[in-house]
Write a protein that binds this ligand. Structure first.
Ligand code: ATP
Length: 445
């Protein structure tokens, strides 16, 4: 049996991963837990999310006759632990039983649903239609929005994911819930130094921030992410902190970029995330607050697509969108500020309010630019001055004259390659460049 759970938490406390950890403790005597539980990050732009749009699932081989018992335990636990008093908490639990898992049609439908949950915007009706069509055991609380994430998380086990990483989440002892976390800052940096790149996004070295621990009142003490389970365990052993309670190793889609759609600029929609290739159209601008913007797009839309231009149309044959590197992206903005019109780039990020919030940028090719300078005097080596309109240039001291201005090419201060926001500004589902293995990548640490 696969159990999917979502939307049990609020900003005031609780966390669906913790509820799952407690559930595992309660049902492990009723069957055999198979593999690791899954921590799945869904579309990061969904407005209903509490924090990181996570959904959870686990698989258990039920002891004979105990399936109903397991389902009742899961539902009771959600009733007991979910923060249902919060308006925005609408828990959902879905059970895929053995007989469901054999059904190929269900697997296909679930797989499509899971991808849409990561990349698109679904309705509660979409979830209920799938549940009704395959008569899936489930329980939706209040408006049942959590059924969306619960189904998608079931899909991650039933259908698999094309890429995955791991996270070991350590939870606090209940007596410490709501108090300030006690974690030794230096030990976290040491653990990162020893285990990177097997682990990543534990700290943000450039900004001297520990990023692996939340600041909210939820039960999580910290989470160590990475590709290498051995390195994750080693980091766990090196970290000095208050005594953790449970620690659970999850298989996740964090750090995979599975939210990104490879799309043409004319087909972008709000609340989705994309990678798009085009050109920088203007010189990046920085506004009050330190946010940096530039216009990105393609010229000559008609020759590239037959469809309508939907996003930020400026003038005939040009299709553009504003790209933003907001203040929290810190040093990434320095990269963006060095772009110049005509640079060929691939941008990665999500579209919100007609703006693409950058997560990464691939600078494919730098454009060449020249600046015009007055001619240099052959005698004294200084720049000549204009001798008046249409009268060329003259060196007043030496009396030399010339009519041709010099064109000097601008030295570009940035190298082509792939750049990313720092760990402190990374979305859970975004792939850190250290995972890409790409020689053109400049991982941010
Ligand atoms: P936390 O990170 O603290 O666990 P959260 O950020 O995961 O919280 P939830 O409380 O789970 O937020 O709320 C997200 C809600 O949005 C859930 O009800 C989930 O089912 C729903 N949801 C997730 N993905 C989509 C999607 N692609 N389209 C529509 N609804 C979605």
């Amino acid at each position: 049996m696969i159990i999917g759970i979502d939307d049990t938490d609020s900003v005031d406390g609780m966390c669906t991963t913790y509820l799952t950890a407690v559930l595992i403790d309660q049902i492990k005597e009723l069957g055999t837990i198979k593999g690791m539980p899954r921590l799945i990050r869904l579309n990061p732009n969904i407005k209903y999310k509490t924090r990181g749009n996570a959904a959870l699932s686990l698989e258990i081989e039920a002891n004979p006759g105990l399936e109903q018992n397991i389902m009742d335990t899961a539902i009771s636990l959600v009733e007991e632990m979910a923060d249902v008093d919060c308006d925005n908490t609408n828990p959902g639990v879905v059970f895929l039983q053995d007989r469901n898992e054999q059904d190929e049609k269900l697997r296909n439908a679930l797989e499509i649903f899971m991808w849409r949950a990561m990349q698109d915007v679904l309705t509660i009706g979409d979830a209920r239609t799938l549940i009704d069509r395959f008569e899936l055991a489930h329980k939706g609380f209040k408006n049942g929005r959590g059924l969306i994430g619960a189904l998608a998380a079931c899909g991650a086990i039933a259908c698999g994911l094309p890429d995955h990483t791991y996270e070991m989440v350590a939870y606090r002892l209940p007596k410490n819930f709501g108090t300030l976390r006690s974690i030794d800052h230096d030990s976290v940096f040491r653990a990162d130094e020893v285990t990177y790149p097997g682990t990543w996004d534990t700290v943000d070295i450039a900004n001297n921030i520990v990023v692996f621990a939340p600041h909210s009142p939820d039960p999580v003490l910290f989470g160590i992410r990475g590709d290498n389970i051995h390195a994750i365990r080693q980091a766990f052993d090196l970290i000095e902190s208050e005594t953790p309670g449970r620690a659970i190793l999850y298989m996740t889609n964090q750090g995979t970029d599975l939210h990104l759609l490879d799309e043409h600029i004319s087909n972008l929609s709000e609340e989705r995330s994309y990678c798009v290739t085009g050109k920088v159209h203007d010189t990046p601008r920085t506004i009050e607050g330190g946010h940096t913007f530039f216009t990105f797009g393609i010229d000559d839309v008609e020759s590239e697509v037959d469809g309508a231009v939907e996003v930020g149309e400026v003038g005939e044959g040009t299709c553009t969108i504003e790209c933003a590197a907001f203040e929290p992206t810190k040093g990434f903005r320095l990269v963006v500020r060095q772009l110049m019109p005509g640079d060929r780039v691939r941008v990665y990020g999500s579209v919100q309010n007609d703006t693409m919030n950058l997560e990464k940028i691939d600078i494919i090719e730098l454009s060449s630019h020249e600046i015009a300078e007055n001619p240099i005097c052959p005698s004294c080596g200084k720049h000549m001055k204009s001798a008046g309109r249409s009268q060329g240039y003259r060196c007043k001291r030496c009396g030399t004259a010339d009519s041709i201005i010099n064109l000097t090419s601008v030295d570009r201060t940035i190298k082509p390659g792939i750049y990313e926001v720092p760990p402190s500004a990374r979305r859970h589902i975004s792939m850190p460049l250290v995972r890409s293995g790409d020689k053109r990548a400049f991982p941010s640490r």
